[in-house]
Ligand binder design. Structure first.
Ligand code: GLY
Ligand code: MN
Ligand code: MN
Length: 441
């Protein structure tokens, strides 16, 4: 399917012009005449000279689509071409990055710098005449009003960014197919993870976030971070995979859940998948994401009731906190150059924040949706011992059919997650077509 997708290269120029105008406006509003954006450098383990894996400053990534950028910096002066100081140290310990190449470079003034001294000289020359410089660099305090303006505006994605996320989803879908096949072949979490990496041609460090590869009750750990080296003796019951991919630094964030056999858990997956698609169908400009999150809780209430796991009206099951015992995380978040993109709770460019309702403290996104926001829609239904035990101890817990729920604990939980672009009249699902091309619903 990738052959028919828009080529990000053809869209980059418009993206760059849009971002330059957006940054220039923010700089002017905040009284700065230039901005220095440092990509950052890898840190080291404590008392060690071994580097930890590195992700560049997202403000840098927004402008510069090449992979090896540690130590580089970008200078923005409104009205002028952006200046990229590409750090390529001479080094016989490491392979220095290749020179910047590709059509995107035509829009930049690029200086290849071989040492920090050279970098400083080039930077000083580029900043001649600047009086009010702002800096966004790891380890330095960026001006808050400037960051607020930039973060708030980041929610609306350009055609280039959306094209990158489509490609990231295509890549993730290849991994999901390999992982699903490995699960049904009886593989361990570790082997499934390796199959995913091979199929996506990603190393761990390339992933936008650590893969969640959870067999059986590990699916009840929301951010399960281990990979058992051995498959469960006697075979696995269930598999929750939350695994993404990157394209030019843009993320895909995708979750699917599988049952090894037909039965109550498989039926719940089918019901949650239908609920997730219904929620995606409600995504459009003008929708308050808090309302959509509430709708997700009503959907989970209906799923619980239809599966004879709880009794009562969906309204009552939500209001009394029963659904919160099964779904403790938010319905979704903004996604882009960061998996959890910034600004999800901002209400304006001045930085006003809208906290989620008290009943849903984990909700990361409280904004009203606008065209070209890209959000995840990821309802879940889990059997988390800590939360179930707490719910059982409360009078509201009497609404739950505990025998049936306890029988499902060994299956862990269900999450279905797609990346969805908001349009004026509805939405575009960036994930489902990519998965469908790999034979995954
Ligand atoms: N993979 C983390 C999340 O879904 O937000
Ligand atoms: Mn997510
Ligand atoms: Mn996820």
């Amino acid at each position: 399917m990738s052959a028919s997708l828009p080529d990000p290269d053809e869209l980059f120029r418009d993206h760059l012009d849009y971002q330059l105008a957006r940054y220039a406006e923010a700089l002017e509003a905040c009284g700065h005449d230039a901005l220095l954006i440092a990509a950052g450098e890898p840190g080291h383990h404590f008392l060690d000279d071994i580097e930890v894996s590195f992700k560049p400053n997202p403000h840098f990534r927004l402008f510069v689509p090449m992979p090896a950028v540690a130590g580089s910096s970008l200078l923005l002066r409104p009205g002028r071409r952006p200046v990229l100081l590409h750090y390529r140290p001479e080094d016989y310990w490491h392979l220095p990055p290749a020179p910047a190449a590709g059509s995107w470079t035509e829009s930049f003034e690029i200086h290849e710098v071989g040492s920090q001294e050279e970098q400083q000289r080039a930077q000083d020359a580029a900043l001649a005449g600047v009086n009010h410089l702002a800096v966004i660099a790891p380890g330095s305090q960026a001006p808050e009003p400037l960051l607020c303006r930039l973060d708030f505006g980041r929610a609306r994605k350009t055609a280039y960014e959306i094209a990158c996320m489509r490609l990231a989803n295509v890549r993730a879908a290849r991994g999901h197919r390999a992982a699903r096949d490995a699960f049904f072949a009886g593989a361990s979490e570790f082997a499934i993870h390796l199959a995913y990496l091979a199929a996506t041609e990603h190393e761990d460090a390339d992933l936008p976030y650590g893969n969640i590869i959870a067999l059986d009750d590990h699916g009840a750990v929301l951010h399960y971070q281990h990979r058992e080296r051995r498959a469960p003796p006697g075979g696995s019951r269930s598999f929750l995979i939350d695994a993404g991919a990157s394209a030019r630094g843009y993320a895909a964030d995708v979750t699917r859940t599988y049952s090894a056999a037909a039965g109550a858990f498989a039926d719940l997956i089918t019901a949650m998948d239908a609920a997730q698609q219904q929620l995606v169908a409600e995504v459009r400009a003008g929708v308050d994401f808090v309302d959509l999150h509430r709708a997700a809780h009503h959907a989970v209430a209906s799923v619980l009731r239809d599966a004879d796991l709880a009794v009562g009206s969906p309204e009552a099951l939500v209001e009394t906190g029963v659904t919160a015992g099964f779904l403790p995380h938010g319905l979704g978040h903004l996604i882009g150059v960061q998996t959890h993109d910034v600004g999800g709770r901002m209400q304006d460019a001045q930085g006003s924040v809208r906290l989620p309702p008290e009943a849903f403290p984990a909700l990361r996104l409280t904004r009203t949706l606008e065209p070209d926001f890209v959000v995840t829609i990821e309802p879940g239904l889990y059997f988390i011992p800590m939360l179930l035990d707490e719910l059982r101890s409360r009078p509201e817990g009497r609404a739950v059919a505990w025998d049936a729920v306890d029988a499902l604990r060994p299956y862990g939980g269900i999450r279905i997650e797609d990346d969805v672009r908001v349009t004026g009249s509805g939405s575009e699902n960036l994930t489902r077509p990519a998965l469908a091309a790999e034979g995954i619903a």
